[in-house]
Design a binder for this molecule. Structure first.
Ligand code: 5AD
Ligand code: SF4
Length: 446
């Protein structure tokens, strides 16, 4: 309190934490504020308005937000106008300005299209809060998409009805909602017109998407992918993140015959032990999970697999944890994410007995990550010598060097005169755990 603040912000900075859906929301908030005549500032401390687009999925997310707010105070004692958005805003609501009086705006992930109104309210010195989950979607109220990087995100589905016992998402993002077919196709076209060559479809349970197409026919997620496949100018389609229960036969087939659909599947399993999966309310078993992967591999043998794992779920024994290691070895993931279990207030698992000690979780996470890293390196090394295509996304460290992605989502650097946004034929020369080197092929890749 007592910090001096500019009540008519002209510049802003959006800082997004957490998942790709938050990155997408951050991009749309940026476009929204630009449409109000504001300018994006390069540096957060200098911006007149800072939007902290927060994540609540793990750890002491809320605590981190409060320390981030504290750090926004400038040397001369002044501060920017501060908005807290995202899932911590949804979960904590009015508690945020109570604990951090310097916060001017609190806005949840389903209400950020109202940011301009909240800003006007805050300009008058009032504190503005909106954590509604309105029936009418924010998407219709957001400005059209603008200039895009070669790889763009497109949220097609939000929320979750699965209620895994550890997870806060059904509470912060609300129930499963699929966006409208036409709105999605139109947004994809706008992204392509703005320069996107690749679109990653996003949703907490993206493969649960369903709706009616423009002819009134019922469609599943694979139908949507096929519609995007038909859009000229688009080269690549990806999607994340999926639940095993929604891996339909149609979607698996699409991996075999939709050329633009990249050979990469992020399919979280969380644990390799059936008792733990049951306690997590995952509604699949290790066997049914592995059977899905077999079916996907049958139609697309080179598919790169990825997953999420939680170690130290309440009651997890050493032997149960070792089942997770066994599953990781059996699958040969190209890449995977692993986390220590973090009790989320309000979720069933937070009240379970036998919470696992922090040291035990640390040790398990280290062992799991070591195994995942070995697999990741092996996957990358197995691609050395292959001829493939790289979508150039950004400048590398050295002059003339560009960095892009292979179909298997590997980061590959190469020297080329081609431009960002182009797709070049490349031979993979060498591979580390996180990055690979390639050489451009002057003749077309086989
Ligand atoms: N603790 C640890 N990890 C979690 N995840 C979700 N909730 C928790 C939690 N409470 C992980 C899951 C999920 C990923 C996005 O985050 O692995 O797939
Ligand atoms: Fe974090 Fe989940 Fe919210 Fe994304 S949806 S910001 S991962 S809590």
């Amino acid at each position: 309190m007592g910090w001096l603040m500019n009540r008519d912000p002209k510049t802003f900075h959006v800082k997004s934490f957490g998942c790709q859906m938050n990155m997408y929301d951050g991009a749309r908030m940026t476009e929204l504020l630009e449409a109000q005549g504001m300018t994006a500032a390069v540096d957060g401390v200098e911006a007149d308005l800072v939007v902290l687009n927060t994540c609540h999925i793990r750890e002491k997310a809320a605590e981190k937000v409060y320390s981030d707010i504290g750090r926004l105070k400038r040397e001369d004692g002044s501060r920017p106008m501060i908005a807290v958005a995202g899932c911590v805003a949804q979960a904590e609501g009015a508690e945020i300005p109570r604990r951090a009086p310097s916060v001017d705006i609190v806005v949840g992930p389903q209400a950020y299209h109202r940011l301009p109104d909240l800003l006007n309210e805050a300009k008058t010195g009032k504190r503005a809060l909106d954590t509604d989950m309105p029936i009418e979607s924010k998407f219709g109220a957001l400005p059209a998409r603008r200039k895009q990087a070669p790889s763009a995100f497109l949220t097609v589905q939000e929320g979750c009805d699965k209620f895994c016992t550890y997870c806060v998402v059904p509470y912060t993002r609300g129930a499963e909602v699929s966006r409208d077919w036409t709105a999605i196709v139109d947004e994809a076209k706008a992204l392509i017109d703005g320069g996107a060559r690749e679109i990653t479809l996003l949703g907490q349970n993206v493969n649960a998407w369903e709706g009616e197409d423009d002819k009134g026919r019922h469609q599943g997620f694979d139908g949507l992918i096929r519609a995007l496949d038909a859009l000229p100018g688009l080269a690549r389609i990806r999607y994340t993140t999926s639940h095993p229960n929604d891996m339909t036969e149609g979607l698996i087939q699409a991996h075999g015959d939709v050329e633009k659909l990249m050979p990469y599947l992020h399919l979280p399993v969380q644990s390799g032990n059936d008792r733990i999966l049951k306690a997590m309310n995952r509604s699949h078993t290790t066997r049914s999970y592995l059977a899905i992967l077999d079916r996907v591999r049958a139609v697309r043998p080179d598919i790169a697999l990825s997953g999420d794992f939680i170690v130290g779920f309440p009651g997890e024994t050493e032997a149960e944890f070792e089942d997770t290691l066994k599953l990781v070895s059996a699958v040969n993931y190209a890449q995977a994410y692993s986390f220590k279990y973090s009790p989320r207030p309000g979720t069933p698992a937070a009240d379970m007995e036998n919470q696992v000690a922090a040291e035990v979780m640390d040790e398990r996470l280290q062992r799991l990550q070591a195994l995942i890293n070995v697999g990741q390196l092996a996957f990358n090394q197995a691609t050395v010598g292959k001829h493939t295509q790289v979508l150039l996304e950004r400048q590398g460290k050295k002059p003339g060097q560009l960095i892009g992605k292979s179909p298997w989502l590997q980061s590959i650097h190469l020297e080329t005169v081609a431009k960002i946004g182009e797709i070049v034929d490349v031979e993979i020369l060498s591979a580390g755990p996180n990055s690979l080197a390639g050489a451009e092929l002057m003749e077309k890749a086989a």
